[in-house]
Design a protein around this ligand. Structure first.
Ligand code: ZN
Ligand code: ZN
Length: 102
């Protein structure tokens, strides 16, 4: 099941489960749209992959047993493990390669 992480790993902005500006990579690394567009340039600094909008888990239980209340968002905040210089170098090396060719 997708982990709905509570914050942007780069700027620490809150990204609640219903945030329309949450972006994730295939490993569920989570960032806000502004950081993805202006700092990361669609390069996940942890895996090198691209990002997609994070789907919003329904708050209303429209099918038995599945809803945000049944499977709540994570409360464990995640912070980036790379320093800015390393991150900038990594992003520069990868950003011009389309995600499907990475
Ligand atoms: Zn951010
Ligand atoms: Zn990633």
């Amino acid at each position: 099941m997708l982990q709905l992480r509570p914050n942007c790993e780069f700027c620490d902005k809150d990204l609640p489960a219903d945030a329309a500006d949450a972006r994730i990579c295939t490993y569920e690394c989570t960032f806000c749209a502004v950081c993805v567009e202006t700092v990361l340039f669609n390069v996940c600094p942890n895996c090198g992959g691209g990002f997609a909008p994070r789907p919003i888990r329904p708050a209303t239980e429209r099918r038995a047993g599945v809803s945000l209340a049944r499977h709540p968002a994570s409360v464990q905040r995640v912070r980036l493990r790379w320093d800015l210089a390393e991150l900038t170098e990594f992003v520069a090396a990868v950003r011009d390669i389309p995600p499907e060719q990475r």
